[in-house]
Design a protein around this ligand. Structure first.
Ligand SMILES: Cc1cc2nc3c(=O)[nH]c(=O)nc-3n(C[C@H](O)[C@H](O)[C@H](O)COP(=O)(O)OP(=O)(O)OC[C@H]3O[C@@H](n4cnc5c(N)ncnc54)[C@H](O)[C@@H]3O)c2cc1C
Length: 167
């Protein structure tokens, strides 16, 4: 269920600004529910954000814990962050870190068809490298592709204080 950001002044709602965070983030932390315990895995991703709908595209090996978990319970929570800059102050409590981040919840789907896998992997490469790649069917046979349909997401940023960057 969507819950508003507590520090509303840090919420990011501009769609181009959100795209910028997703372009720069590169790594998504995917939270899953493994029985009665959480399980979180960092992964590279591609994304599309069309008409306010966010979808992530991930790839990995054909076996492993995250796949076992998703097959039983496809509900996930994702977190992506970027623009991490530590800053300093006079007192300990004035130190901090600037950031920009996106969080959301959704449903993970294992993409089985070859066309869908090639398309997803190209989206991943566009986000990761800024360019498009050609895929042929044999390149995707040994790879698992996960598509995450995000139903709700929020974005937030904490800017660095002017001149306070560490180092
Ligand atoms: C920056 C970054 C980017 C990554 N990008 C991708 C990606 O795009 N695709 C991809 O498939 N994987 C990626 N990985 C690796 C990923 O985090 C997992 O290790 C991998 O996907 C295997 O997950 P699994 O659940 O199948 O692991 P399994 O090997 O089945 O997990 C078994 C156990 O191993 C331990 N384990 C698993 N992964 C890690 C880990 N990363 N660090 C420490 N312990 C671990 C956990 O205790 C887990 O319970 C990335 C990792 C990092 C740090």
């Amino acid at each position: 269920m969507k819950r508003g950001i507590t520090k509303r002044e840090r919420e990011v709602t501009d769609i181009d600004e959100i795209r910028g965070i997703l372009d720069r983030g590169k790594i998504v932390h995917v939270g899953m529910i493994d029985g009665d315990m959480p399980y979180v895995v960092p992964m590279n991703y591609g994304y599309t954000l069309e008409e306010g709908k966010l979808t992530l595209y991930l790839h990995g090996a054909t076996t492993g814990r995250k796949l076992d978990v998703i097959r039983v319970n496809p509900k996930v929570f994702i977190e992506i962050d970027t623009d991490i800059v530590p800053f300093k102050g006079e007192a300990a409590c004035q130190y901090g870190v600037s950031y920009a981040s996106v969080m959301g919840e959704g449903i993970a789907e294992l993409v089985e068809d070859v066309e869908g896998k090639m398309d997803s992997l190209n989206k991943l490469m566009i986000t990761q490298t800024g360019r498009s790649f050609e895929f042929v069917p044999k390149m995707v046979t040994g790879v698992t592709v996960i598509k995450i349909h995000i139903s709700e997401f929020t974005a937030k940023k904490r800017p660095v204080r002017n001149g306070a960057e560490l180092g």
